[in-house]
Write a new protein. Structure first.
Length: 525
């Protein structure tokens, strides 16, 4: 007897994608039921702030749902979009009642955190541009910066006037009240933000009240007015309105990125501050480093590089000249040029939680780059945040932009094809195995990434109990329950390209021009 069978024709990655969409949608519905009030706000019994005019905390509420609109755009059902919109309105009302918003927008805070707050709203606008209520708000929010009468933007100098800006205009200082050293002892690992003002070390700033007051006054005087590179992230708020045909929004993005393109060192590194009179390092005695959320502040490259690439991508959407593009390249190149081989156990890195999960042998040296710069020089060595050069290459498709990634891969102590299962609030960090997959050398990546996202969704769903929703005073709590993961879906449902890597990528200066996929071993090695 002959028995025939017909293959289903359904690859495992496709099955996992559909399972992930279904499971995440169910878990999101449970999250809403478990933790939300009837208006979409969160069941919260804690307080926000604690200092006069404290501005911190808005982002942590919105971040719990930041990628729900994106999930809908990638293929999720209409219910997830409706839930995201319901939560945004509920959270906005809740934060207004907590005194954190004015006219539905942050009163004044830095764009490291405003960018995190904006993500939820931005995806909502992209998911439903026909929602007149969202579109009206998007235009109103953008005018906080495009309309000089709001005070945040100085059209004469072409700069944003302070690191803390928003619906109440620029606010100088880090909170209200007297200047103080605005760090808790938990941040002692970051070291001094200004290592040249007369305080010997950060431990002294905490132990000696006089030293702490001195450092606090210096920080408030030198870091809390004028423009800062992290403000480049504000181009997303204005770009959002430009996509909704707000008059003058696109022109503002172009003009603002052009202004920052003139704030660059001779080596091609983006500076991190511009004073109110338009001078780079105006309050830092001419230094190109030392600004708020700049090269000396936590987290250095992570914050400056991200804001820079956000602005580059926004300008790319508009088309035309993009002067920050080459500055992004040269900034990354200058950081990577200072790489060195470091034992993980001997790294002075301040964000170890971002990369320790990747070490199979902590005593095996690997390539690290400096994230921060002060008078002490470049420091804070950690593995490169590969999301930055990956975003640059993904935007341009230029083989030269892939080159810097290949250099880093060759000097890493772990295989970039290896899967490390983790999910942080950024829902990122797996650019390395994805790049190897695009190269055609990591065929199991789709299944590994999707299966992990599915397992993590189910793990978080299991935590969502009525007891878990009682007495919540930590506004980060719900971020650790959000079951929606979009990293793998973004990588695997959108267009893919197979990078053309030349042998020059496997050994700097080789230059044979033979495709790496055809010659995995450099003939000059």
């Amino acid at each position: 007897m002959i028995v025939g069978s017909v293959p289903s024709g359904r690859p495992q990655w496709a099955v996992l994608e559909r399972e992930l969409f279904a499971a995440a949608s169910r878990a999101a519905e449970l999250m809403s039921r478990t933790y939300s009030a009837e208006d979409g706000s969160m069941r919260f019994s804690g307080t926000v702030g604690g200092l006069p005019d404290d501005r911190d905390g808005v982002d942590d509420f919105y971040e719990s749902f930041s990628n729900w609109g994106q999930f809908y755009l990638l293929g999720g059902g209409r219910a997830i979009l409706d839930a995201a919109r319901w939560h945004w309105h509920g959270l906005t009302k809740q934060l207004g009642s907590l005194g954190m918003l004015t006219d539905e927008y942050e009163r004044a805070y830095d764009w490291f955190h405003q960018g995190e707050s904006f993500e939820m709203f931005g995806f909502l606008c992209a998911a439903d541009p026909d929602d007149d209520g969202l579109a009206t708000r998007a235009r109103r929010f953008a005018r906080l910066y495009t309309d000089p009468s709001r005070g945040n933007f100085d059209p004469e100098q072409g700069i944003i006037r302070a690191p803390h800006t928003g619906s109440e205009g620029p606010k100088y200082g880090f909170t209200g009240g007297e200047p103080y050293f605005p760090w808790s002892e938990d941040f002692i690992l970051y070291g001094l933000p200004l290592d040249w003002v007369g305080v010997p070390d950060v431990e002294t700033a905490f132990a000696d009240p006089a030293a702490g007051r001195l450092l606090g006054r210096e920080m408030w005087e030198r870091m809390s007015r004028g423009d800062t590179a992290i403000n480049l992230a504000a181009t997303s708020l204005v770009m959002n309105a430009a996509l909704l045909d707000e008059p003058g929004a696109a022109e503002w993005v172009r003009a603002y990125t052009d202004r920052w393109a003139r704030a660059v060192t001779d080596e091609g590194i983006l500076a991190d501050s511009i004073g109110l009179d338009g001078q780079v390092g105006e309050y830092l005695e001419g230094r190109w480093y030392g600004g708020h959320y700049g090269w000396s502040w936590p987290h250095g490259l992570h914050s400056v590089g991200t804001a820079l690439l956000v602005a580059v991508q926004n300008q790319a959407v508009l088309g035309g000249p993009n002067p920050l593009l080459d500055i992004a390249r040269s900034t990354l190149d200058q950081v990577i040029a200072r790489r060195k081989m470091v034992l993980p156990s001997e790294s002075d890195g301040s964000m170890a939680h971002r990369w320790t999960m990747k070490w199979t042998d902590p005593e095996q040296p690997s390539v690290m780059v400096p994230y921060r710069r002060g008078d002490v020089g470049w420091h804070d060595y950690m593995p490169m945040q590969t999301a930055l050069p990956t975003a640059l290459w993904h935007l341009t498709g230029d083989p030269a932009d892939l080159e810097r990634l290949r250099v880093l891969e060759l000097e890493s102590s772990y295989s970039w094809a290896q899967w490390f299962g983790f999910k942080d609030k950024e829902d990122a960090g797996h650019e390395e195995p994805w790049l190897v997959f695009l190269r055609g050398e990591n065929p199991s990546y789709p299944e590994a990434a999707l299966q992990f996202a599915l397992d993590e969704c189910r793990r978080r769903e299991a935590l969502m109990t009525p007891e878990d929703a009682e007495g919540i005073t930590d506004f980060n709590h719900w971020q650790h329950r959000n079951p929606i993961s979009t990293e793998a879906l973004v990588q695997l449902t959108l267009a893919r390209r197979r990078p053309s890597i030349t042998v020059a990528s496997c050994r700097p200066g080789c230059g044979t021009g033979i495709p790496y996929v055809d010659a995995p071993v450099c003939p000059r090695a």
